[in-house]
Write a protein that binds this ligand. Structure first.
Ligand code: AKB
Length: 315
């Protein structure tokens, strides 16, 4: 049976690459992209697109019925830094979209859901190094609270209503096709753009802030992999820890200097420093490795070389 997949938030940093990869894999017409605004040419020209506000249950239900959707990837969310400025808007967006999708699955209108969680579910009282899958979770950010609550609801809908929902706790994601927006880990993308355009970057985090990160190709591969795994192997129905690398802004600058020796970095920490301080430095993802064979391929140096090569060609 052919599957029809709806991506909500298809024009964002993850949504764009996810849509393009799914279209390559399953065929352009099977993958329906949706967002509240139009995306880049690659996305808009490669397959069907709907303007959709997924906080509106009726509108979402209509798109799902019209396209015979069987799977939904819910990628729309307000990220950590923006959510601190607009707490209620973040809560409404992050939670209502999730409830709408979970309820559609409960009503058997869709069969499978992917919903992203984040390392932001952890907080200042969580063990910082090699943070385990199951540990203290007392998030201190609006975004983290919404992701932590979302995880509880996913597990609840699985246990009570047998809803097949799968999730990953993404670290900071590094990509060259689409910019991130409103996150605390965004520096790790901005830095490459500025290295090429200006030869220097002023970082909004301190030089020794160690955070878990991942290159987008790894993140997309993980997403497809968890969705393709047989349901009985998915033991964690909240969200899986996922890891690739951890580094500080200073280490990132050193890596850029191997390609652009004159690159300079300065530090002017702002309100995002407190958010970063509340998150783990490194993540133990051994359960994802065991349950669905997860293995990252990109380290910092490979990420730097791939980012600079692709961004340079674009300019
Ligand atoms: C953010 O910085 O808010 C996100 C995340 C870690 O979930 N990139």
């Amino acid at each position: 049976m052919s599957k029809y997949i709806l991506i909500i938030g298809a024009c964002g940093q993850i949504g764009t690459e996810l849509t393009l990869t799914l279209r390559e894999k399953y065929g352009n017409d099977q993958i329906i992209a949706s967002d509240i605004r139009e995306g880049n040419d690659d996305l808009m020209e490669s397959g069907p697109f709907e303007i959709l506000d997924a906080t509106n249950y009726d509108a979402l239900e209509e798109v799902i019925a019209y396209h015979d959707i069987t799977e939904v990837y819910l990628m729309a969310a307000m990220l950590s830094a923006t959510a601190e400025k607009f707490p209620m808007r973040a809560w409404n967006l992050n939670m209502n979209t999730l409830f709408n999708v979970l309820n559609l699955a409960k009503e058997k209108k869709i069969e499978k859901i992917f919903w992203p969680s984040s390392i932001a579910v952890f907080g200042p009282t969580t063990p910082k190094e090699n943070t385990p899958q199951n540990t203290i979770m007392e998030p201190s950010t609006v975004y983290g609270i919404s992701k932590q609550s979302g995880e509880r609801w996913c597990e609840y809908y699985f246990n009570k209503f047998n809803v097949d929902v799968r999730s990953i706790r993404y670290p900071g994601l590094i990509s060259w096709k689409t910019m991130p927006g409103g996150g605390t880990t965004d520096y790790a993308v901005e830095i490459y753009h500025k290295a090429l355009s200006e030869g220097s970057y002023t970082c909004f985090l301190e030089e020794d802030t160690n955070l878990p990160m991942m290159f987008m190709d790894d993140a997309i591969r993980a997403t497809l992999q968890i969705m393709e795994t047989p349901a009985e192997k998915i033991k964690e129905r909240s969200a899986y820890n996922l890891a690739a690398m951890s580094f500080t802004p200073k280490e990132m600058a050193e890596s850029i200097k191997t390609v652009i020796p004159k690159f300079k970095i300065a530090y002017e920490p702002d309100f995002r420093q407190e958010i970063a301080n509340s998150w783990p430095s490194s993540i133990d993802d051994s359960i994802a490795q065991k349950d669905w064979n997860w293995k990252a391929e990109f380290n910092l140096q490979k990420t730097t070389e791939t980012m600079l090569e692709n961004l340079k060609n674009r300019v």
